[in-house]
Design a protein around this ligand. Structure first.
Ligand SMILES: [Zn+2]
Length: 208
């Protein structure tokens, strides 16, 4: 559920749209007329894991709220007081019962609809494929090889695509997503242009 911020978190006065000079110029934001608190509305950090076992398979899970047939990565909110690395290891353990052995950052993507920023890791886990113990919020899981897996055009899907590519396999999009008329990747988002592959600095893509 999405909530709307209507009152000041500091003094509970009703917020108003107010224009204030910021570094980028005059900006209208919800601000508190009593104490000056500003509702910045910054994106919330969400952690995601491409979980790989010792057989080289990746773990996909279905959230209890999702339609049958739709699978995704393990994700969760970063909590106060933890690093993103500790956070994703915690989420993987909580949601799958699997212990993280090693991890590396894959990349970051925006998720505009939910005002989130996705920080995606490649996580190597200990244990056998059948050792998965799903948390109540997940109802189903499957292990897939890099040859078998299909990606999808959003941050978690691009993280998956990056993992498939790192295995030397061709990246294929088209995983089931309800109401998704276009399963193809956004050309501004995939393939990712890393600096070592392109001598120029990467230009930030325009959003929306
Ligand atoms: Zn206030």
């Amino acid at each position: 559920m999405q909530y709307e911020t209507k009152f000041c978190l500091n003094c509970a006065t009703a917020l108003e749209w107010m224009v204030v000079a910021e570094d980028s110029g005059d900006v209208s934001r919800l601000r508190c007329p009593a104490c000056g608190w500003t509702h910045w509305g910054n994106p919330t950090p969400v952690l995601a894991a491409v979980v790989e076992n010792d057989q080289g398979q990746v773990l996909l899970a279905r959230n209890a709220m999702w339609q049958p047939g739709m699978f995704g990565l393990i994700t969760g909110f970063m909590e106060a007081g933890e690093s993103p690395e500790a956070g994703i290891a915690r989420e993987v353990l909580e949601e799958t019962g699997l212990q993280t052995k090693a991890l590396r950052l894959i990349g970051c993507w925006e998720f505009l609809r939910m005002n989130q920023v996705l920080i995606a890791y490649h996580v190597r886990v200990a244990g056998r494929p059948e050792d998965v113990r799903l948390s109540p919020e997940l109802v189903e899981y499957q292990w897939k090889t890099a040859q078998d897996v299909l990606c999808w055009p959003s941050g978690t899907g691009y993280a998956m695509a990056e993992w498939v590519k790192s295995k030397g396999e061709p990246v294929r999009f088209g995983a089931f997503r309800p109401n998704n008329a276009n399963p193809d990747p956004d050309p501004a988002k995939w393939p990712v242009n890393y600096w070592e592959e392109d001598a120029r600095f990467v230009v930030a893509p325009r959003l929306g």
